[in-house]
Every structure is written in C-alpha cells, then in structure tokens.
Design a protein around this ligand. Structure first.
Ligand code: ATP
Ligand code: MG
Length: 323
C-alpha cells in the first residue's frame, strides 16, 4: 500500500477577477520511506498541491479529487481531524522558520509544549525528548542551547530547531516547503544532508518542495516536475537526471548553475509563467517551448510512460525528438 495516493487533485481559488486554477489534475503516489522532490518554477503550483492535500489552503481556495493517506481519504476532512493528522502524522516545515517559531518564547518551551499537549508527556520527559531531538538534528550543546530564544540561533540552526520540532511526534510524512531557500549554499547542503539522514534514522517519508534543482540530485528518490499546476514529468530522480524527457525539465536543468562553473551563471527559461486565471486548453508550457507543435496549443497532453522505470511524461512531442 502506498503511504499517500493522490488522484485528480485540483485546487482553485476564487478571486475578484475570477477563478485561479492553481493545481490541475495532479496524480501521484508515494511509498513509505521515500523522499519525493516536487520541483518547478515559482507559481507552478508546488505549495498549493501540498496545501490542498493537507487542508492548509487560504480561505478562498478549495480542493477536489482524492488524497488517501495510509489508505484513508483525508481530502476535505473537518479541521479538527486535519489538525490531528497534522499534529501526529504529517508534519510540515517552511522556508522561514520564524513563521513557525515564536521569537519571544524559549525553544525549550515551544518544543515541550508540543509533547505535553499532543502526547500527554510529563514535563520532565518532554524536556528530555526535546533535547534528544535537538541532538538528532546535530545541534551542539543541545541541553544548554534549548534554553535559548529562536533569535539567538543562526538561520541554519533555526531551521534545525524547526525540523526537530516537527519530528517530535514522529510523523510518517514530513513535508518540507523550500526548507533551504533562505540559507546560504553551504548551510543548504548541510540541511539537505540532515534531512536525508533523518529520513533513514526515523524511517519516515519526505516530500521536498524546491525550485532549485541543484538540491534535488542525490537527496531524493523520486521527483515530480510541475508547471502551470500540472505534472510535466515524474519518475526516479536518477533517471530524470540522466535523461530528462520533457522540454520543461530540460529547461530547468540547464538553468541550474553548475558547481564547476567559475562564473555565476543562471540561464533561465525564456518567457513568463502562465496566467493561472484561465487554464490553458493545451499544454501550459507550449508558449515557451522550443519543440511545440500545433497540437500542443489545443490538446492537453496526458502522462504517458517515458521509459520502463515508473517514468512518465506529459508531452505530445516524441521523446526521441527532444533527447
Ligand atoms: N489565496 C490565493 N488566491 C489566489 N491565487 C492564489 C492564492 N494562493 C496561491 N495562488 C496562486 O496559485 C498558484 C500556485 O501557487 P503556489 O504557491 O503553489 O506556487 P509555488 O510553485 O509554490 O511557487 P513558489 O516557488 O513561488 O513558492 C500561483 O499562481 C498563485 O498566485
Ligand atoms: Mg511555494
């Protein structure tokens, strides 16, 4: 059984100007103990996909389709039930840890509160568990540092605190939405390594959202490439890296600055992301795609097998033409 099974997920927002289709018919499933990366440019629908799945959409948003977690439907459950799931089974961390940490309350209090309230753990046990979780995320001198305030930690250490907090209840799934974007490159690499280690230590699964393909290689098992609210390509990370079969994935890859490049180079894909106000009739990427044919503007491509290994692509142009 998959840990999570998403079918025909759609997310729409009602706005004064009309309906915004942020996520269109997204389908994927995820096995236990895996790291799935969701990648795509800003506005491609990465965050709204996971917000829709976990009931965290803005008040003007709504989600339809099906999201099964451990075999049970969780889409659009009551707030109370979703709160419980998010407290016990699906944890989330965000780009800026300060949005989730209270700067004026000691880390010890913020961490132990989680355990005391959600798991009925005694105060002294909660402190012990919190210190050991700070150890687990490699915060040196955790037993003393736990008494500090969030603002006394560096950005990277704060993100570690956030990760520790999110793991206190031993979630089955950790969703990390751009967890390293605000950090410098060296610290980014450390946090990615930490997440991979924690995944193994705790046997959980991770959905890692990022617009930076550079952090995905080597730190995820599978990847899902999104554009215009749709899945362009999905498969094992190493396969997609070895041979991206979608023009959009290829574009993203060539936009990644190479480590051996001495010059700061960032090639971006020409053109602008689509207007999500009206879902395109064809492929959302068609207007920016070098390979597009007539059909791309009128017919939405569905995901079809790209190779033998659970690797799928949504593109009308044959794979041989673009490789
Ligand atoms: N409350 C809202 N009302 C209207 N549109 C919204 C709302 N929230 C998000 N959107 C739109 O949904 C689309 C998808 O947004 P999403 O947050 O998923 O992007 P993203 O891929 O996570 O991008 P980023 O990398 O910038 O975080 C965007 O066009 C965004 O403007
Ligand atoms: Mg986002």
């Amino acid at each position: 059984m998959s840990l999570i099974d998403v079918k025909n997920l759609k997310v729409e927002f009602e706005t004064a100007d009309g309906i915004v289709s942020a996520v269109n018919n997204v389908n994927f499933s995820m096995d236990e103990g895996k790291i799935l990366a969701i990648v795509g440019e800003s506005g491609s629908g990465k965050s709204q996909t996971v917000f829709g799945m976990t009931g965290l959409l803005d008040h003007n948003g709504s989600a339809t389709g099906s999201v099964k977690f451990e075999g049970k439907e969780i889409l659009n459950l009551s707030n109370q039930k979703l709160n419980q799931i998010r407290a016990e089974k699906i944890a989330m961390i965000f780009q800026d840890p300060m949005t989730s940490l209270n700067p004026y309350v000691r880390v010890s209090e913020q961490m132990t509160e989680v355990l005391i309230h959600h798991q009925g753990v005694s105060k002294s046990d909660a402190l012990k568990q919190s210190i050991s979780m700070l150890d687990a995320v490699r915060i040196p001198d955790a037993s003393n540092r736990i008494r500090m305030y969030p603002h006394e930690f560096s950005g990277g250490m704060r993100q570690r605190v956030m990760i520790a907090m999110s793991l206190l209840c031993h979630p089955k799934l950790l969703i990390a939405d751009e967890p390293t974007t605000a950090l410098d490159v060296t610290v980014q690499a450390q946090i990615m390594k930490l997440l991979a280690d924690l995944q193994k230590d705790f046997g959980m699964s991770i959905i890692l959202i990022t617009h930076d393909l550079g952090v995905v290689a080597g730190s995820s098992d599978d990847m899902l490439v999104m554009y215009g609210g749709e899945i362009m390509e999905i498969g094992k990370t190493e396969n997609i890296y070895a041979s991206p079969t979608h023009p959009y994935t290829q574009g993203l890859m060539s936009a990644v600055p190479r480590l051996d490049d001495s010059e700061e180079r960032l090639v971006t894909i020409p053109g602008n992301p689509p207007n999500m106000m009206k879902a395109p009739e064809g492929c959302p990427f068609a207007p920016r795609c070098n390979y597009s044919i007539d059909k791309c503007n009128s017919e939405s491509p569905i995901l079809v097998k790209a190779s033998n290994d659970d690797h799928f692509r949504a593109c009308h142009v044959s794979k041989e033409k673009i490789l």
